[in-house]
Design a protein around this ligand. Structure first.
Ligand SMILES: [Zn+2]
Ligand SMILES: [Zn+2]
Length: 176
């Protein structure tokens, strides 16, 4: 497979790569605590532009995520279009920069003459992962008192104690 892209293999016209890879992507994801459920698939176009390498394409992966409300694992497809620029250099040089402009945000530094495509694909997938994953939009979550998963039915807590945390703030609010 073309998981490591050698710079000398990128012709002036560019290089189109179709990716379908399971094992290596799974281990990259696992190292970051993310569980994959299927091979990662992607199509990328790689070209060299004045000292940089541009990788543009689409990536999709099926992941096991943990719901932030009910804490159950659920399957979700995460996919995104992306454009990324790779510049030869060390990440350490980047740490000196205090603030990055938006143009610099999609720049990745690399060393040597190979680009690790799967690492880049995983980064793009992880950027697209929800910060607050929900198994479903209206997940009812766990009862804050007894911890029962309310998606599986009501718990036995007295009704007045079951104040939705989203409305709890309004409790002390007086209407004139
Ligand atoms: Zn849930
Ligand atoms: Zn309860």
């Amino acid at each position: 497979m073309f998981m490591k892209i050698k710079l000398q293999d990128i012709s002036p016209e560019g290089l189109g790569v179709d990716v379908k890879e399971e094992e290596e992507f799974r281990s990259i994801a696992e190292q970051r605590g993310v569980k994959t459920l299927s091979p990662v698939t992607a199509h990328v176009d790689i070209r060299r532009i004045s000292g940089a390498v541009e990788i543009a394409g689409h990536v999709a992966a099926r992941l096991s995520l943990k719901c932030a409300r009910c804490l159950e694992d659920y399957a979700s497809t995460v996919e995104t279009d992306f454009v990324r620029h790779l510049v030869r250099g060390k990440d350490k040089e980047r740490e000196k920069e205090k603030e990055l402009t938006p143009e610099e945000m999609d720049v990745t530094f690399f060393e040597g003459d190979e680009v690790e495509l799967l690492e880049i694909l995983f980064e793009e997938v992880s950027l697209e992962m929800p910060t607050k994953p929900l198994c479903k939009e209206d997940c009812r979550g766990l009862c804050p008192r007894c911890g029962k998963d309310l998606n599986k039915g009501e718990c036995k807590c007295p009704p007045e104690e079951k104040i939705d945390p989203r409305f709890a703030k309004l409790k002390g609010f007086k209407v004139k």
